[in-house]
Write a protein that binds this ligand. Structure first.
Ligand SMILES: NC(=O)c1ccc[n+]([C@@H]2O[C@H](COP(=O)([O-])OP(=O)(O)OC[C@H]3O[C@@H](n4cnc5c(N)ncnc54)[C@H](O)[C@@H]3O)[C@@H](O)[C@H]2O)c1
Length: 346
């Protein structure tokens, strides 16, 4: 299959690109290369036959029209987005521009392309979204595909809006879409402003490890390569119009994730004193959702997919990867905003 992937120089998009190429698909990677992008993430497939890169912005209708016509894909996997909740608190407009207006522009370009081709039924527009659209859970319960939307941050509100647009383009114009809402990802190539890489890199540098509030927020962690596998499964097998929640079946409190990483570093890179001495509790994020948890029954029963990596194993692989790949993460720490506390204005 020839797949146009948006955001393929980011964290999850690059995992999709690498896996899809390994499975024999052709890829057109469309990315405007924001602060969060890194072409090194796809360097391993950069020279593969069947891989093409287009530096372009999804908000640019003329560019999207040109790229679709030039490459004639069988499917679009839409991952390009502004993705960092803390940045969305300080500067929501980029999130509305890319996640809402950009998705609208991409949908319109894709609809025109698909209609001009004679509306092929086997074409797919796969929209990749987050479980954060469902809001915050209390101590019990899980998100299903029927959980009402209740986004609570500018990021999750912009993603919720994009999900609604994608469903509307299916209902109104018949565009053959599938949607996925996934829990928190972690793993190799995770940009060093997100929790898990911040913990690893601050611990390695002997700097305070910031934990928001009391560290009691619970997330359902999914290893990024498992997410890429789930996304290709949904693309290949998911019926048109269907949405799937994707989770890792790995719920953990932030403080427990931080302590586990500290223990792994004590074992893999001993510092002479336990790394957890660096844990520092800081002011919580405004509107910080307490708990997210995915009920993965639909994807498991309908498509036979489940995660292959446990949290313990995934964190071990991730810590090893950061220890072995300083040349990747060191330059990214100089990018704008990285290493600073963001998202506390409210
Ligand atoms: N990271 C997570 O835990 C998680 C969980 C569930 C869903 N998601 C969703 O998955 C997708 C990818 O997330 P990620 O963590 O890889 O994000 P990321 O921030 O690492 O990567 C986003 C990529 O999109 C590109 N991009 C941004 N704006 C663009 C534009 N206007 N035009 C073209 N390209 C643009 C960036 O350059 C970057 O390469 C997002 O849609 C996100 O909402 C992420």
């Amino acid at each position: 299959m020839k797949i146009l992937v948006t955001g393929g120089a980011g964290f999850i998009g690059s995992a999709v690109v690498r896996l899809a190429i390994a499975r024999g698909h052709s890829i057109v990677n469309v990315d405007t290369l924001t602060y969060a992008a890194c072409l090194e993430n796809v360097a391993s497939v950069g020279n593969a036959p069947g891989y093409a890169f287009e530096k372009a912005d999804i908000r640019d209708r003329a560019a999207m029209d040109r790229i679709l016509a030039a490459h004639d894909p069988d499917a679009v996997m839409h991952l390009a987005a502004e993705s960092h909740v803390d940045r969305s608190i300080d500067g929501p407009s980029d999130f509305i521009e890319t996640n809402v207006n950009g998705t609208f522009t991409l949908l319109e370009a894709t609809r025109a392309f698909w209609q001009a081709k004679g509306r092929p039924a086997d074409f797919r527009f796969h929209h990749i979204s987050t479980d954060e659209v469902f809001g915050s859970l209390g101590p019990t319960g899980k998100f299903t595909e029927d959980t009402p939307y209740d986004p609570r941050s500018p990021y999750s509100a912009s993603k919720a809006a994009s999900d609604h647009l994608v469903r509307a383009w299916h209902e109104t114009y018949g565009l053959p879409v599938v949607l996925t809402n996934c829990s928190n990802n972690y793993g190799p190539f995770h940009f060093p402003e997100k929790l898990i890489p911040v913990v690893i890199l601050n611990a390695l540098a002997g700097k305070p490890i910031p934990v928001y509030g009391k560290g009691e927020n619970v997330r359902d962690w999914l290893y990024v390569e498992d997410h890429a596998d789930a996304l290709l499964t949904v693309l290949e097998k998911g019926p048109v119009g269907r949405s799937y929640n994707i989770g890792g079946e790995n719920e953990a409190r932030n403080i427990d994730i931080v302590r586990t990483i500290c223990a792994l570093l004590d074992e893999m890179q001993p510092a002479g004193a336990p790394h957890d001495r660096l844990i520092t509790f800081v002011t919580d994020r405004p509107g910080h959702d307490l708990r997210y948890a995915i009920d993965p029954t639909r994807i498991r029963t309908e498509l036979g997919w489940r995660p292959s990596v446990t949290l313990e194993e995934g964190l071990r692989r991730t810590v090893r990867w950061y220890l072995d790949n300083e040349a990747w993460w060191r330059p990214l720490q100089a990018r704008q905003g990285v290493g600073q506390r963001l998202g506390v204005k409210a």
